[in-house]
Design a protein around this ligand. Structure first.
Ligand SMILES: [Zn+2]
Length: 156
């Protein structure tokens, strides 16, 4: 999608089309709340500049990201009386970075699963719960260690 066709690059001009309303912005970021959702306070945080994916985040947007994300989620949590705010970044829909900020309360419409298939929970010795999909076999530990090593090497 060329930037000229990107709805998120149109900012406020696209809010009606995207069924959302602006609640905050600064020089780099824009926060809007959805007007068509089953989740009260479901919001979108996106850079004003066309940054396609989280992997391309740089410049002032990268420098301010943490502060803006904390303030946005804190306000959404307070305003909706949520227990917590989930954050989703997909990137395979509209290629303009946007974070889905979803205030969550027990029993609401949100799903806390990251994986597909028949889900089961395993209790770990430390008391935490591991989510497992019965449709996808576990990846051997050696393979996961190889991937971790590759990531570690690239970050030096
Ligand atoms: Zn864009």
């Amino acid at each position: 999608m060329p930037e000229s066709d990107c709805p998120m690059c149109r900012g406020a001009a696209a809010d009606d089309e995207l069924e959302r309303t602006r609640v905050w912005e600064d020089a780099y970021w824009r926060l809007t709340v959805s007007l068509a959702t089953i989740v009260p306070g479901f919001a979108y945080l996106e850079p004003k500049r066309h940054i396609a994916f989280i992997t391309e985040l740089d410049g002032e947007e990268a420098r301010t990201f943490g502060t803006v994300l904390a303030a946005s989620t804190r306000r959404l949590k307070e305003a909706t009386d949520a227990d917590i705010v989930y954050i989703y970044i997909f990137g395979d829909g509209v290629p303009h970075l946007h974070l889905h900020l979803a205030p969550h309360r027990a029993g609401d419409a949100l799903n806390d699963q990251m994986i597909r298939g028949e889900i089961t929970e395993e209790k770990m010795p430390n008391g935490m719960t591991r989510i497992v999909s019965l449709d996808f076999p576990p990846i051997p530990r050696e393979r996961l260690l190889e991937i971790a090593a590759r990531v570690r090497e690239g970050l030096r």
